[in-house]
Design a protein around this ligand. Structure first.
Ligand SMILES: [Zn+2]
Length: 406
């Protein structure tokens, strides 16, 4: 710019024009080089090869970009470890679980796909649909049941091998697997829970149906009222772009405390793309040598892979089955008659009966069927008759009558 002041207007224009011409020439050359690079080496003619030699910088730059694209594509790919490799890794994981003093598990959509819940970020994923302002089909979620992974985690907690579970999932399946509420932080909410934020402490209403029918981003009122104070209830879901402020079921305090105490963190079926944004969960303020050891189970690349003590490329259910076998623990089967949602749920008042159209969690037919068989064998007792009503009655399944039997 030193000579700029002494140039006339015409001269400045000429300089600008020359610069534009040079840029266009450069772009043209890049296009040519890019076209030649796409050809197999043997098919390039002598002029083309000469041009590549003259434009080494452009060739290098294009090559660098191609590698970056390739890397991004590979990150999307699903990789599976060979069975022997996976087995060997699970033995290593089992040793870490056994020797851990404070083990925390982080879970994502990958642990629920076996429960036929759509993945969160796919084209039909929960969040993608929510972002487009569309609701998720109720059947997608309310028919889901805790998977082998959910049941294994609840069992590990029962045996004191896992201290806390932090989940990104809103499907409520950890709670339904029998894991105590205090041991779970559902960072993005729970679709079965609505709360009154006017009551102190916040009053929580667990329901047997998805409460998010009328809610969306920045719109959280469910349409029902607090039985105590009459204020509108809200769902607990934290959408993209929202900050979760509810104490329960998000339980941030417990999540942060668990992370600070953790010596081992096991990540199951989470891409960690969202979780990595919460530095508290990774003890990033501690020096690397004092941070918890990281074990990651995921089919795809995650941004924490390079920091992991071990990365297992496998489906969560496969890894957990092997892990539980290695630990000598029997995985409990999900039993709907013991699903805590039925005992935790607060029944709707008669005037709220028509306040939703979502199908309730199917009540434990197995219990009723067993009772019916029993009734066929012996005369009906007052107890078995009363049990077949209320929560477990057929009226509940159709969504018409929901009255709790006391
Ligand atoms: Zn209230």
């Amino acid at each position: 710019m030193a000579a700029g002041g002494s140039l006339s207007r015409t001269e400045r224009k000429a300089v600008a024009r020359a610069e534009i011409l040079q840029q266009e020439e450069q772009q043209d050359r890049r296009r040519q080089v890019s076209r030649i690079l796409k050809k197999p080496v043997g098919e390039r003619n002598p002029e083309e090869s000469l041009l590549l030699g003259e434009c080494e910088d452009i060739v290098r730059e294009l090559e660098r970009r191609r590698k970056k694209r390739e890397g991004l594509r590979r990150r999307q790919e699903e990789v599976c470890d060979e069975p022997e490799e996976l087995k060997r890794k699970v033995i290593e994981l089992a040793a870490a679980v056994r020797s851990a003093k404070h083990l925390v598990i982080y879970t994502g959509a990958g642990i629920s796909t076996a429960a036929s819940i759509p993945d969160y970020r796919g084209p039909n994923g929960v969040w993608t649909l929510l972002q487009k302002g569309r609701s998720i089909r109720a059947t997608d979620l309310s028919e889901a049941e805790p998977t082998l992974t959910h049941m294994s985690i609840a069992c590990l907690h029962k045996h004191n091998l896992v201290q806390h579970v932090v989940s990104q999932n809103c499907d409520g399946l950890h709670l339904r697997s029998g894991l105590p509420q205090a041991a779970i932080s559902e960072l993005h909410g729970n679709m079965y829970i609505e709360v009154c934020t006017s009551c102190t402490p916040n009053r929580e209403y667990v329901r047997v149906f998805d409460v998010t029918e009328r809610t969306a981003l920045h719109r959280h009122h469910t349409g029902r009222m607090c039985h105590k104070c009459g204020t509108q209830l809200r769902d607990t879901i934290v959408h993209f772009g929202e900050k979760g402020t509810l104490r329960e079921p998000l339980n941030w305090e417990a999540a942060t405390e668990a992370a600070s105490k953790a010596d081992v963190i096991l990540c199951l079926g989470s891409s960690l793309k969202v979780l990595k944004k919460y530095p508290h969960l990774w003890c990033m303020s501690k020096p690397p040598s004092r941070r918890p050891k990281l074990y990651i189970v995921n089919l795809q690349w995650t941004p924490k892979d390079d920091l992991a003590a071990l990365k297992l490329h496998g489906k969560c259910d496969d890894v957990m089955r092997l892990l539980m076998e290695e630990l000598g623990l029997e995985i409990p089967c999900y039993d709907r008659t013991k699903d805590p949602i039925f005992s935790l749920a607060i029944p709707l008042s008669p005037d709220e009966e028509g306040s939703h159209s979502r199908r309730p969690v199917a009540p434990p037919w197995s219990l009723e069927e067993a009772q019916m068989q029993e009734q066929q064998q012996e005369p009906a007792s007052p107890l078995s008759l009363s049990l077949s009503g209320g929560w477990f009655g057929r009226g509940c399944a159709k969504g018409s009558k929901r009255k709790k039997v006391n």
